[in-house]
Write a protein that binds this ligand. Structure first.
Ligand code: SF4
Ligand code: ZN
Length: 312
């Protein structure tokens, strides 16, 4: 198989675009897709400071790599969840990557700052680990971006992540989450960072191939808590559809975004609604729609119920 652009040996076929690329043209394609997402969706500009939430996996480390190649100012933020060997290895990958490229790295360590790792915290509050993890990560991503003065927080979510999440939300008719499924969430009030997903145009296998040809050393193992997760099932189902009918994932997610955009012109925007109900949490000052934010509620419960030395 030959590269459709330069006729060198191809390393990846992309059936949804009826094309195939060599190492160099694949890197160009991935960077061009990310640049297109950033400019068309008005995510950020070259003068902005971007904080990238990194996990040590291929998507977030590739995102950091791509942003630097494109000339953006991007630093890294890692949340150490305290999940034994998995966290040790993923943190080591992040530290090696950022040190080798001279990228600033901020770390939040749950065991240090909350007094316990994610599994212990979930046990203390009797809630599913991934749900507690989601609450804590969202909170620290936002808080760190705002407190350190970054213009925007970027995550490595790709087309597969977004299409599988959309499938899950549609299957359960969780329509209240659909407004948050876009690649840009604006900073709707003070204390609320703008959040963007510059890889939403790229499939997981395209980013994996980018990471390999660009020699990005990432953690291959998934988080041990992801075993049996519904999202993996939805990804598998979408991959089967994609192999039978290339372009299905893209049509599903991009079609949804186009419909959302058309609908937004005829109804009040989320930003207006958010501004009406969001207010600072009385305990920590972070924006919330409830009386107390979900992070402070969770930590108060962990402190009350648990033997662990939970700090706030
Ligand atoms: Fe957090 Fe791991 Fe669950 Fe992902 S799989 S939400 S990293 S605990
Ligand atoms: Zn709070």
């Amino acid at each position: 198989m030959r590269c459709r652009k330069c006729r060198e040996r191809a390393v990846l076929e992309i059936p949804r675009h009826h094309t195939a690329f060599c190492k160099t043209c694949l890197t160009d394609f991935v960077c061009a897709q990310a640049e297109r997402a950033i400019t068309e969706e008005k995510m950020f500009a070259k003068a902005d400071h971007v904080l990238v939430a990194v996990s040590g996996g291929k998507d977030s480390l590739s995102l950091l790599d791509i942003l630097h190649k494109l000339g953006y100012q991007a630093d890294a933020f890692y949340v150490d969840l305290g999940i034994g060997e998995y966290s040790r290895q993923s943190r080591a990958k992040v530290e090696q990557f950022t040190k080798a490229r001279g990228v600033a790295l901020h770390i939040h360590e749950l065991k240090e700052d909350e007094g316990a790792g994610i599994n212990e915290l979930a046990d203390l509050v009797h809630r599913p680990t991934c749900s507690v993890c989601g609450t804590l990560k969202r909170y620290h991503f936002n808080r760190t971006a705002v407190e350190l003065g970054y213009h925007v927080l970027a995550t490595g979510h790709n087309l597969d992540d977004e299409a599988s999440r959309l499938l899950g939300n549609v299957l359960h008719w969780q329509t209240e989450y659909l407004d948050k499924q876009g690649p840009v969430l604006p900073a709707s009030m003070e204390g609320f960072a703008k959040k963007v997903k510059p890889l939403f145009r790229l499939a997981e296998r395209e980013i994996a191939a980018y990471a390999i040809v660009n020699r990005i050393d990432y953690i291959v193992e998934e988080c041990p808590n992801s075993k049996g997760a519904k999202m993996l099932l939805y990804k598998d189902i979408l991959n089967r559809l994609e192999s039978e009918s290339p372009g299905t994932k893209q049509a599903f997610y991009w079609g949804f975004l186009a419909k959302q955009e058309a609908d937004a012109k005829t109804r009040p925007s989320m930003t207006d609604n958010d501004q009406a109900v969001l207010h600072p949490c009385p305990t920590c000052g972070q924006p919330t729609t409830a009386e107390t934010c979900s992070y402070c509620k969770l930590m108060a419960r962990a402190k009350k119920d648990g033997p662990a030395p939970v700090r706030m």
